[in-house]
Design a protein around this ligand. Structure first.
Ligand SMILES: N#[N+]C[C@@H]1[C@@H](O)[C@H](O)[C@@H](O)[C@@H]2O[C@H]12
Length: 447
């Protein structure tokens, strides 16, 4: 199935996490409140009333976690910085204890020979900024630029790989359109303006990073997936094209200098974001790589449902994850070849790919998660096929290293290669983690 010789010699093999999902210590050492703390504390928003208050207690256990990561043989690790840990009010006073924590974290990673890939924003906006309008307020773009400069100036002597934003589609639409993520707003027009401000802040952060050190690599992570028409009827084909714009090209097009997709905003002109002179040029600031998060495809049909006049159709499967997401490895190949053909990023990293299944810890501390192993194997085969066709994929970060706080699903949905027993905080490497470790060591010639 897999031919590791196809993967480039310096391929980055790792896992990914995010601050709010694993750190815990939500009220420790001067950390400010984030929109996800507020959203989680609001009854009904998160299953079982879970929150990131403790999570995987990574704030205190990072040394043991990185020791385990090293034992598993990974050469890279994608993490995010908690903005409210650095700037409790979002701007202004800097929390030195927050910066000192990330100093320790990065130093420990490097001590274990693991290359950090740092995401500046993985959804945990300081609540103080939300009270001023959050990402719907263009001023937050400047706040993000200030935050990025503080982080890059502090960690930039050791961190050389930066991801400005994680999945702006989720932050914008799930958080401001569907209301199922923080801050829990339900206004599609606002979500489109938020998308614009996220992209604008990305472009400004790229310039901050390159000003700090032009040799640093910087990119953005997008969640991407194929939009397949439910039938070849013109209506369904047009609906799928709008869905592709809604999920994919609303970000890809402006990032690669093409402006916003007309197929979407000609259909709903009233929802088009307000764009100021020069914005699109900033958004299209050259980057070094594209981060691709892939989980599933969408099947789309025409619908009278406003504002987009499209609706989802349940994929045929036959395999589905615990999230009820179809297992469709070919979609990753489709995304990679499309992105390469239409946008030609210098490099691509799979910054997230993984699945949740109902994991059970056995009496002897094992988790036999063959479904997850098979899921990852087939998606790596899609990466291999894309590389064989010349797509410059240079890394794969499995989501996730640890089971963690899965946003509105709380701790019920486990994505980790390592099982977390939240009652004891003990870590147990799942069969998928053992398999991935063996694969990585073989790929890196360590066996
Ligand atoms: N859901 N799900 C799993 C995973 C989520 O835990 C990450 O934080 C996101 O970046 C992305 O949505 C993917």
């Amino acid at each position: 199935m897999l031919d590791l010789n196809v993967f480039p010699p310096n391929f980055r093999w790792g896992t990914a996490t995010a601050a709010y999902q694993i750190e815990g210590a939500a009220h420790e050492d001067g950390r400010g409140i984030s929109i996800w703390d507020v959203f989680s504390y609001t009854p009904g928003n998160v299953k079982k009333g879970d929150s990131g208050d403790v999570a995987c207690d990574h704030y205190h256990r990072y040394a043991e976690d990185f020791k385990l990561m090293k034992e598993l043989g990974m050469n890279s690790y994608r993490l995010s910085i908690s903005w409210p840990r650095i700037l409790p009010k979002g701007r202004g006073e800097i929390n030195e204890k927050g910066l000192a924590f990330y100093d320790r974290l990065i130093d420990e990673l490097l001590k274990n020979g693991i290359e950090p890939y740092v995401t500046l924003y993985h959804w945990d906006l300081p609540q103080a900024l939300q009270q001023l309008g959050g990402w719907a307020n263009r001023d937050t773009v400047d706040a993000f630029e200030e935050y990025a400069r503080i982080v890059v100036n502090r960690l930039g002597d050791r961190v050389k790989n930066w991801i400005t934003h994680n999945e702006p589609w989720c932050a914008a639409f799930l958080g401001h359109g569907a209301g199922v993520h923080a801050p829990g707003l339900k206004d599609v027009g606002v979500s489109m303006q938020v998308a614009h401000h996220l992209l604008l802040s990305h472009g400004k952060a790229v310039r901050v990073i390159k000003e700090h050190d032009s040799s640093h690599k910087v990119g953005i992570t997008l969640i991407l997936g194929p939009s397949h028409a439910a039938s070849d009827s013109p209506e369904d084909v047009a609906a799928a094209a709008r869905h592709d714009a809604f999920l994919n090209t609303i970000y890809l097009d402006p990032l690669y200098g093409k402006g916003y997709p007309r197929v979407l905003f000609d259909h709903i002109p009233a929802l088009a974001p307000k764009v100021q002179e020069g914005d699109l040029e900033i958004i299209a600031t050259e980057t070094d790589f594209l981060g691709v998060n892939y989980y599933q495809r969408s099947i789309v049909k025409h619908s009278e449902q406003l504002p987009f006049n499209f609706d989802g159709v349940r994929p045929p499967g036959p395999e589905f994850t615990f999230f009820d997401w179809e297992v469709y490895p070919k979609g990753l190949y489709e995304v990679l070849t499309r992105v390469h053909q239409d946008y030609a990023p210098k490099e691509i990293f799979i910054t997230e790919n993984g699945a949740t299944f109902e994991d059970t810890l056995t009496e002897d501390g094992q988790v036999h998660d063959e479904q997850r192993r098979f899921y990852i194997e087939r998606h790596l085969k899609s990466v291999q096929d894309a590389i064989s066709e010349g797509v410059p994929v240079n890394g794969y970060f499995a989501w996730s290293f640890l089971d963690n706080f899965e946003w509105a699903e709380g701790f019920e949905k486990r994505f980790g290669l390592v099982y977390v027993d939240y009652a004891t905080q003990n870590r147990h490497v799942k069969d998928s983690g053992k398999w991935y470790s063996k694969l990585v060591k073989e790929a890196l010639g360590a066996v």
